[in-house]
Design a protein around this ligand. Structure first.
Ligand code: MN
Length: 732
């Protein structure tokens, strides 16, 4: 057959079921594909364009699809194998058709390397999820069918690989879409390459008894037909067929039987007009032959998840040969053979309910489509059953199933927590992406890691979508940052108590602490702080556990205050509760917290100061004029960490601080500096002098002073030394 003859045949096929098809557009697509594929050849030496023509023929012949699908099938390899681009096809034809072609190409690019069952299930789901328009998957299945039919020209390795893919991915998808006829063909073709010996055994056994079997089938067919005519039951068709090789094969293996032992080598179909007649015919069959107990199935009352409906029964004929009889209406029959593709012919939908929610979408669509025409119906039939999942590949080709909106962080933790914890970045389809990139179906995700990575940041908890990733990030903080968690946890616990007006000291180290620990899973307060710190527990929950005790305390305090204020003599008023300070520093709202003085500005009592809650080392105290504490330098995400601190009444005897002296260098300069310090009774912790080639000196001092007044007098004294130009308190 020439290319032109093949095309004419296609047009004739379409004309038979859809005379109103857009033949001008189909014509244009044929010429476009023919010209673009040029002199490309298939493996068997035929012009490449015979492949898209054959795929279009399957789409027309077997699926009776609309004009756009035919055009999509004709062009389906153009983006992948020719110079044509998505934009070219969108311009020449339409964006919808370009989407179909691009959709088929995307499915073609998906690679299958893993063979585990779970992986296969994910791959199937991914293909469905990638398919925005159901016609894409129908064209792809037709494409695969034609490739399988012409597989003999491929290498043995390719045959095995494609057959496995077909058996594991495409046949199950065809089954789910209710396309039994194509599912069988795909299975039989795959079996032929996957187990040639087993396949040939079945086929040759069927062949050798063909005459015998055909005579048997004709006899049974005649018996059924004459009985139906006798009883005046209208029917469309009665016919027998052999079960297809793969179904026999599977039964032989599953039940460890030889071919002769497999029941149901034959299946008969009785196609009638109404559902009532289905049940009538069932009674007639059971009357005519002896039914095998327990083999009757009513898929009309309870359709299969893929919408299959039929009555099945297995009976034994007069000559002792068992066979199956399937009874259904014409509509049920078409849906069984062609599945989703048949639906546009039957816009009334189907009666009965399926339990599987996955197929709800088909039913929903059917219900909504009752008043639209055929072309429009198939057009709007979209696959949205995996809307809440996204499927991505590892660089090795393993498929991972993540919640929709998942990011590279989720992917990394799904591989292993060690991968997530050492993650420094991510590439998607070979390009670097931000960590909050939303993964798309079919993305290839590569996680960049480093041994010395900092580990996850707390922000990741907000970015990650999967509970798995979040759990693992929390786990990391729990393990790696115990010290920091304890400090943070303690701060939140104190703040929560303060909020209720309960001083920390009335809980910690008291009976209340024992009560609290008994009511939580933690052995020590540090364990509890750590848990609050990493987010496994909350300060609020902790306080709630001792709610009763706290409210009792709280009432007691109220009573004390009331009693105090009722006193007439103001002198007897209880002085305001003095907060205990740490190293002379009172931290607003907190007591007993670790305090350290920042090295950059070394504050002393009398200086204006401000505190910063560090990660892990308590509160660090700066001078207000320290550049490190300047409001302009404060990071927005750390605003909450800057807190007010003041000097308490119980300051220490002395505080270490630094001074820088700039002077004209001369003999005995350092000696005079020491003398000045000694006359002001200042202890020197360190003295470090250096000179510059142009005759100047810089003396760096670390001294201990009692407060800012003491420090000022020291600075004045130093300034009086001959040659000293400047005395500075370094900061920043
Ligand atoms: Mn193809």
């Amino acid at each position: 057959m020439t290319v032109q003859e093949q095309y004419d045949h296609l047009v004739q096929t379409i004309r038979n079921y859809n005379p109103g098809a857009d033949f001008a557009l189909i014509d244009k697509a044929f010429l476009y594909a023919r010209d673009h594929h040029g002199d490309q050849k298939r493996k068997d030496g035929s012009p490449f364009v015979t492949h898209p023509l054959s795929v279009a023929q399957i789409v027309a012949d077997e699926l009776h699809l609309d004009s756009e699908s035919i055009v999509g099938a004709l062009l389906h390899d153009c983006i992948e194998d020719t110079e044509a681009t998505y934009a070219d096809i969108a311009r020449e034809f339409s964006p919808t058709i370009a989407d179909l072609v691009e959709g088929v190409s995307k499915l073609t690019r998906v690679h299958y390397t893993s063979k585990e069952e779970e992986q296969m299930e994910n791959l199937r789901k991914m293909l469905m999820a990638m398919t925005k328009d159901i016609r894409v998957i129908l064209i792809k299945i037709a494409d695969r069918t034609h490739n399988m039919r012409t597989m003999e020209y491929q290498s043995e390795e390719k045959q095995k690989q494609k057959s496995l893919e077909t058996m594991e991915i495409y046949a199950p998808i065809a089954h789910r879409l209710g396309m039994q006829r194509m599912k069988w063909e795909l299975e039989d073709l795959s079996l032929k390459y996957l187990d040639p010996i087993g396949y040939n055994e079945i086929v040759s056994s069927l062949d050798s008894k063909r005459a015998e079997y055909e005579a048997f089938m004709e006899r049974v067919q005649g018996q059924i037909e004459s009985r139906l005519i006798e009883l005046n039951i209208p029917f469309n068709k009665v016919y027998g067929r052999m079960k297809h090789p793969y179904s026999i094969y599977r039964k032989m293996y599953a039940q460890s039987k030889t071919m002769n032992e497999v029941l149901d080598l034959f299946a008969f179909r009785v196609i009638v007009n109404t559902v009532a007649d289905c049940y009538n015919v069932l009674g007639i069959i059971h009357d005519l032959y002896r039914p095998i107990l327990g083999r009757f199935k009513d898929y009309i009352g309870t359709p299969k998840p893929n919408m299959y409906q039929s009555l099945h029964t297995t009976v034994i004929g007069q000559d002792g040969i068992p066979f199956e009889v399937q009874i259904r209406t014409q509509e049920m029959h078409d849906i069984a053979e062609y599945g989703v593709a048949a639906h546009w012919k039957y816009k009334q939908g189907i009666s009965g309910k399926s339990n599987e929610a996955s197929y709800e979408w088909v039913r929903r669509l059917l219900e909504n489509q009752e008043n639209t025409d055929a072309e429009e119906f198939i057009h709007t039939l979209k696959v949205d059953m995996f809307a809440d999942e996204v499927f991505v590949f590892s660089p090795k080709g393993d498929v991972t199933n993540l919640p929709a909106g998942a990011t590279p962080i989720d992917f990394a933790y799904s591989v292993h927590s060690a991968v997530g914890n050492s993650m420094t970045g991510a590439k998607v389809n070979s390009r670097i992406v931000p960590l909050d990139y939303k993964l798309q179906n079919g993305d290839i995700v590569e996680i960049l890691t480093a041994k010395n990575a900092h580990g996850p940041s707390r922000d990741w908890l907000k970015i990650a979508q999967s509970s798995e990733a979040r759990g693992k990030i929390r786990q990391w903080f729990k393990r790696e940052k115990r010290e920091e968690n304890i400090v943070n946890g303690r701060l939140s616990f104190e703040a929560e108590l303060k909020h209720l007006g309960i001083p920390f000291s009335e809980v910690v180290g008291t009976e209340l602490q024992t009560t609290l620990l008994k009511k939580t899973p933690y052995g020590t307060m540090d364990d509890m702080y750590a848990a609050i710190g990493y987010g496994g527990f909350s300060a609020q929950k902790a306080v709630n556990r001792i709610h009763e005790e706290i409210s009792r305390l709280s009432k007691q305090h109220q009573a004390e205050r009331a009693a105090a204020s009722s006193e007439k003599d103001p002198a007897k008023t209880i002085p305001p509760r003095r907060t205990k300070s740490e190293q002379g520093i009172v931290v607003e709202g907190l007591s007993n917290c670790l305090v350290k003085f920042s090295k950059c500005c070394t504050p002393v009592p009398g200086d204006e100061i401000i505190g910063f809650i560090t990660r892990g080392y308590g509160v660090s105290v700066h001078r207000c004029d320290c550049p490190n504490a300047a409001p302009s330098r404060r990071k927005p995400e750390e605003y909450g960490r800057w807190i007010r601190v003041t000097w308490g009444e119980d300051v220490k005897e002395s505080y270490a601080t630094s001074l820088d002296i700039y002077a004209k260098d001369r003999i005995n300069l350092v000696l005079d500096v020491s003398a000045a310090l000694s006359t002001t009774q200042t202890r020197v912790n360190a003295i470090n002098a250096s000179t510059t080639p142009d005759g100047f000196a810089l003396i760096h001092l670390n001294i201990s002073v009692s407060d800012s007044q003491h420090l000022s007098s020291v600075m004045r004294k130093l300034h009086q030394i001959s040659g000293v130009m400047k005395v500075d308190r370094p900061a920043g």
